[in-house]
Design a protein around this ligand. Sequence first.
Ligand SMILES: NC(=O)C1=CN([C@@H]2O[C@H](COP(=O)(O)OP(=O)(O)OC[C@H]3O[C@@H](n4cnc5c(N)ncnc54)[C@H](OP(=O)(O)O)[C@@H]3O)[C@@H](O)[C@H]2O)C=CC1
Ligand SMILES: CC(=O)N[C@@H](CCC(=O)OP(=O)(O)O)C(=O)O
Length: 342
Amino acid sequence: MIKVGVVGGTGYTGVELLRLLAQHSGVELKAITSRGEAGTAVADMFPSLRGRVGLQFTDPAKSSLSDCDVVFFATPNGIAMQQAVSLLAAGVRVIDLAADFRIQDVAEWEKWYGMSHASPALVAEAVYGLPEMNRDKIRNARLVANPGCYPTATQLGFIPLLKAGCVDASTLIADAKSGVSGAGRKAETHILFSEAGDNFKAYGVAGHRHLPEIRQGLSLVAGGPVGLTFVPHLTPMIRGIHATLYARVTKEIDFQALFERAYRDEPFVDVLPPGTHPETRSVRASNVCRIAVHRPQGGDTLVILSVIDNLVKGAAGQAVQNMNIMFGLDECAGLSQLPVLP
Ligand SMILES: NC(=O)C1=CN([C@@H]2O[C@H](COP(=O)(O)OP(=O)(O)OC[C@H]3O[C@@H](n4cnc5c(N)ncnc54)[C@H](OP(=O)(O)O)[C@@H]3O)[C@@H](O)[C@H]2O)C=CC1
Ligand SMILES: CC(=O)N[C@@H](CCC(=O)OP(=O)(O)O)C(=O)O
């Protein structure tokens, strides 16, 4: 049994980790932290976990995280980078759901995240945890940077095209929409029901912190710099990301066949038949990314539709997938949930 700790068990990605780990036969939950709820039974706060999680929340400063085999950080940006060094020194592997180790250029990270990096030396060691891109490196990683939610949906949609060199890499467009849980569980005015409900808006058009993360991944695949316009939107749904991706064709190939080949052996990427329109509810609560490939009116622009659940393939599910790979388990262990309908 793999001994697991979760830092940030009261947040949305934290409780999603608990839901998935509680259904995973290869792990034992050892510590679940909260600063404000230490001493509260986890199942009292989240009755959905009654009978499945018997632990209480513990104060992160007093938790026995160094006794774990792996610790997940489901915390705001800037927390894991302060604690990873000592955990790694104690032989604990770390999976950070935040962005502390996602960007290899530390100066660039500091610019977008508005803080100094506490462990710049660890950044080079960290492996970007997108299994479809980095599975072999993840296997031996001590420290995994779990990708962001928008970056997961966007990169999975563009990667086959850039690998094949069949689109103009300088004019990519990602028009992405997220459910409100993407903003986390903390109280903020713009995510109040009466602000976000029955409403739809773009944000971060001038520059969102996921832009450098997506650019980094796509540039590696393309073998050179990419030009990307990325516009996120907030939609009045709870879970889900829908990314509509545009790319101009430079080489004629069978694009549907390209995607089917690229993801044929991927357990969590489903390429839909031609002409289909994936819905966010078709992946709700599951670790699946569904992709459809379109070429409207046979023109020179491809439109790729990519949907994920931001809390699962966009966060906790992908983190469990990474843990499975790191510990040599079945990659799908604990991740066989079908999407919830309606
Ligand atoms: N929501 C999403 O869709 C996605 C989120 N992420 C990333 O995952 C991380 C968690 O997100 P999310 O779950 O939405 O956030 P939430 O705001 O819902 O939860 C944050 C958690 O972190 C804990 N926490 C806050 N500050 C500290 C601290 N200083 N030390 C220890 N624990 C702390 C909080 O617990 P307490 O206050 O009880 O200690 C809480 O459990 C973020 O970095 C986010 O960017 C990544 C992909 C998708
Ligand atoms: C709807 C919403 O607010 N989404 C968040 C992104 C989700 C997230 O948590 O960011 P990471 O993936 O980098 O951790 C935002 O735009 O800031």
